[in-house]
Design a protein around this ligand. Sequence first.
Ligand code: NAP
Length: 543
Amino acid sequence: MSSQRKADYDVIAVGAGFAGLALIHHVREAGLSIRVFDKASDIGGTWAWNRYPGAASDSECYYYCLTFSKELLQDWSWSVRYPSWEENLRYMHFVADRCAMWPHIQLNTAIVNADFQEDSGLWLLRTAGGEQFTCRYFVSAMGMISEPVIPQFKGMDRFKGPLFHSSRWPAEGLDYAGKRVGIIGSGATTVQMLPVVAQQASNVTVFQRTANFVMPAVQKPMTPEWEKEIKAHYDEIVAKCRNHVFGMAFDSPVGRNLADTPADEVQRILEEHWPRGSFRFVFETFDDLLSNAESNRIVGEFVLRKMLENVKDPDVRDMLTPRGYPFFAKRPPLDHGFFATFNRDNVKLVDIGNREPLVEITETGIRTTKQDHDFDIIVLATGFQAYTGAQEALPIRGRDGLLLRDKWDEVSSSIMGVFVAGFPNLFMITGPQAPFANLPTSIEQNAVYIVDCIRKMEAEGHDLCVPKQDAEETWVAHVADIHRQTLMAQGDKVHSWMMGANLENRNPRVLIYFGGANVYYDKLRESADAGFPEVAFERITAQ
Ligand code: NAP
């Protein structure tokens, strides 16, 4: 047994989204105590915050969920292919209710400091309300796309109406019917938001800096037949996710490359898959779209032609045309009517990248180099500091007072996105240099791995797991090596958050392991089976 240093909880996690819920399940199974804090007023993580009109998951519902309980998988029913934020929240409440998780969750509680205590080996956490809690194991479950990026436009505090980041859409709702709405940004959030807002607003203007490749979502209702089919095959679906390069229940790899396929056959296959919707288009057509530049160019041209074919105004089509970067070097959004919405009389697109840069926010709206645009509401759909934002905002202090934020100043290093050298007994769920994948799949794999490590420590009497510097260097080099071999590396040219290139005053960096989520999950398993060789286990001696 470990030396059982006295702490308020064995495990404290910050973040009551999928990661927090998965952890509660696995930590309880290990017979340990856990408290999950969240500053939000509800569980749900991303879905507690992203309540903008049209917010929905881009993963299909039946694998965008937790899989630790076969019963829950059978008992929950989804209503559509891509559930709205409301439905995702209802699902997470269902999980928390059925698994009696609420006693472990403390909402409306912001953790403002997390400090490793050298003498006791405990983590000390302070809340915004001045409370303190200690734990033996501290887990960051704060989400990899949760810390908003809020550009400091000149004059931002002058605007008289509501101005907020898309992930801070007022929880009590906002009546935008008949109002003039300006949206800055044109990423996945705007692609979902615009078609819904345009239906009621008097007019909407989107201020776009960089155009995106966008694929169709093809929303559809869940039918009784489809649900029956899914529920009869859940073991296979879970296995598919576990073995898929992006953690999705897709039928890939398909065993063919675009580069080896005759041109007319390529077009036939792409045409056949396009109307099916979802990221399946990328993974169930050819296996070389993200690695072979010429294959990527061909599919990029196809996507471009298809996505813009219904945009009537040639000038708007031109502005919506992505240029200068490969398909998928920015995360492509899924279209729920985004392009068709630009055919409405009350919708306007302003190119602030080339034609009409944004100058400032005024009392009444947005001033560009060409004109003043007046609004009642301005939404900053300007994205997130991916992978590192939440941990850096906390702040987290490890050995010798080292701030995680400072450690990550140049390189956001980790060991498999879970451990960080200099931070004993700190674990991250989907930290930097983990894969970008269907999040519940990665989250569950991480939660199992972390709790396996904790179980080992408990069973063998270790107080500390100390991530090894050389293991971190090896992982960082491996991730960078793979990154260089993909086309994703070109995302730095177009502010891709996948490289942290959307942050001003920060160098782009390798944030994602692109070696395949399935390969990564294997590595986690191998590490656990080998007794976690990436960390040193230590015992604290009485002082
Ligand atoms: P995003 O894709 O990073 O898009 C941010 C937008 O704001 C971009 O158009 C960006 O322009 C613009 N922008 C940022 N700073 C700016 C500035 N200073 N001046 C002008 N424009 C600026 O953010 P997001 O749309 O919130 O999506 C982020 C990620 O969240 C997605 O890729 C996805 O992974 C996730 N997400 C998922 C879902 C879902 O699954 N349903 C929905 C929404 C979001 P540039 O492109 O020029 O930088």
